[in-house]
Design a binder for this molecule. Structure first.
Ligand SMILES: [Zn+2]
Ligand SMILES: [Zn+2]
Length: 133
């Protein structure tokens, strides 16, 4: 039984791993990918901004902190944005703007929290909720 002499010089070529593919930078700010994921329906979408004053939305200020992207269906720099969702005012989990996931009443609430505190909502909202739940 012969053991091959294991005196191999380890990695003669010490390549430092430089294989990170540099993404082509667009002439905008370097945007790191951040993802919004709806706690209820699982909708996952990259968002560009979280807050009340999206840089690409000049015409108004949002009522609450929202996950926003620039509208992908329109040419950029036009000041159009798309709101993906926001955080539930009660449990603070991210929820999308789908009517089955959140309800807006002085802030966004996920349907789960809305269901728990349904009595605090006005009748119109309660009716809406009852259709969903
Ligand atoms: Zn959702
Ligand atoms: Zn909630």
């Amino acid at each position: 039984m012969e053991e091959s002499t294991s005196t191999l010089h380890e990695n003669a070529d010490t390549k430092t791993v430089k294989s990170e593919v540099k993404e082509e930078k667009e002439d905008t700010l370097t945007v790191e990918a951040k993802y919004f994921e709806c706690t209820l329906c699982g909708l996952k979408e990259r968002y560009e901004y979280f807050g009340k004053e999206p840089p690409f939305q000049k015409s108004f200020i949002l009522l609450e902190d929202c996950y926003v992207i620039e509208d992908p269906f329109l040419p950029p720099k036009q000041g159009h944005s798309l709101i993906l969702g926001s955080n539930c005012n009660s449990c603070t989990k991210p929820i999308c703007k789908d009517g089955n996931c959140s309800v807006y009443y002085n802030g966004s609430f996920c349907i789960k929290c809305a269901k728990i505190s349904i009595n605090k909502f006005p009748n119109a909202v309660q009716e809406k909720l009852n259709k969903i739940i």
